[in-house]
Design a protein around this ligand. Structure first.
Ligand code: SAM
Length: 326
């Protein structure tokens, strides 16, 4: 691994780059949790809910044999989900070296037992900044991809217009016509609504807080300046770093410039209500144990965790053009 595309050296060590570095260092430093630590996490049910949402997206949009590009793949938490979808090839890219190493360990299996039967697809893992590097230069032998996924990470590209554009340019260049781009990210409408409802510049609950700087004291966010709207996000036992607002209607317009058309967008609350109606997904939820027997149940997911879920949305975009005929 190590395409080196992320390179932080070179000219102009800008504020955006140091912010990207902070994000990378934050995720690199997060060690793999033991099973016990994970089960004792104050947001264990939220993590399970997030996994359920990602699984549903993958089951809805991936097909057997698909070639998958997982942008900001992290420690490879979705490898098993892709395996269940019987995909044919997997490429994972992340800026955090530590995460890519953990992902490689997970892929190779960290015990003898796991090593005997692991993933049925070949994989390639690359350490690079997905929003800075021209990924098509590194992945021309692997492209085109049938499906691209970017889970809980696309908002890190909205620090500047150039990065937001590079993210979409990469997806568009690497997807085949008709290929899909699935993802999850913060729901800017909810975040801005919460900010306006609060007296100060900070809001949250027992498991998270979001804090905006005084430069946004008027709580106005003109559409003419949609990039670089930074806030600090803290989620117990998960995240503690700068993030950027992604105004979704502008994201949709920008994506269209790169031939990516919106198929679906749903806040997590709506997503849960809709897909829990389907027996196969309700069964998966029951097995994961995030929401008890398939309904919102306070004995499992806490109210605080459910409020965090409301801060996120899922999206699906499709690359314009006809898929190649079989
Ligand atoms: N997608 C994984 C998942 O759902 O488990 C990881 C999500 S984690 C919340 C966010 C990930 O985005 C981290 O692994 C981080 O290193 C990665 N990331 C942030 N900025 C990135 C960038 N510019 N290029 C590549 N990866 C990035």
């Amino acid at each position: 691994y190590g395409a080196g595309g992320g390179g932080y050296g070179g000219h102009g060590y800008s504020e955006e780059r140091s912010s990207a570095r902070r994000v990378a260092d934050h995720y690199s430093a997060r060690s793999n949790q033991t099973l016990e630590e994970r089960e004792n996490s104050p947001i264990i049910h939220l993590k399970k809910l997030n996994n359920w949402i990602k699984s549903v997206l993958i089951q809805l949009y991936a097909h057997p044999g698909d070639c998958v590009l997982d942008l900001a793949c992290g420690k490879g938490g979705d490898l098993i989900k892709w395996d269940k979808a019987k995909v044919g090839y997997y490429v994972g890219v992340d800026i955090a070296e530590g995460s890519i190493k953990d992902c490689m360990t997970r892929y190779n299996g960290d015990t003898d037992q796991q090593r005997r039967k692991k993933f049925s697809f070949p994989a390639r893992l690359i350490c690079a900044d997905c929003y800075e590097a021209r990924l098509d230069e590194h992945l021309y032998e692997d492209a085109p991809f049938d499906i691209c996924s970017c889970q809980f990470a696309l908002h890190y590209s909205w620090s500047t217009e150039a990065r937001a554009r590079q993210a979409l340019a990469n997806v568009s260049a690497l997807l085949r016509p008709g290929g899909v781009f699935i993802g999850t990210m913060p729901d800017a409408n909810v975040i801005i609504k919460r900010l306006r409802e609060t007296d100060g510049m900070e809001f949250g609950n027992g498991v998270y807080w979001i804090s905006f700087g005084e430069e946004y004291a008027e709580k106005k966010f003109p559409a003419s300046r949609p990039f670089g709207i930074k806030y600090k996000f803290h989620l117990e036992d998960a995240v503690d770093c700068p993030e950027w607002v992604v105004p979704f209607h502008l994201f949709k317009l920008l994506a269209e410039e790169y031939d990516l058309e919106l198929v679906l967008t749903k806040n997590f609350h709506e997503f849960v209500h809709e897909y829990l109606q389907k027996p196969e997904f309700a069964e998966l939820m029951r097995r994961l144990g995030a929401l008890g027997d398939g309904r919102q149940d306070q004995s499992t997911l806490s109210q605080d965790e459910w409020e965090v879920a409301y801060l996120y949305l899922a999206f699906v975009l499709r690359k314009r053009g006809q898929p190649p005929s079989q």
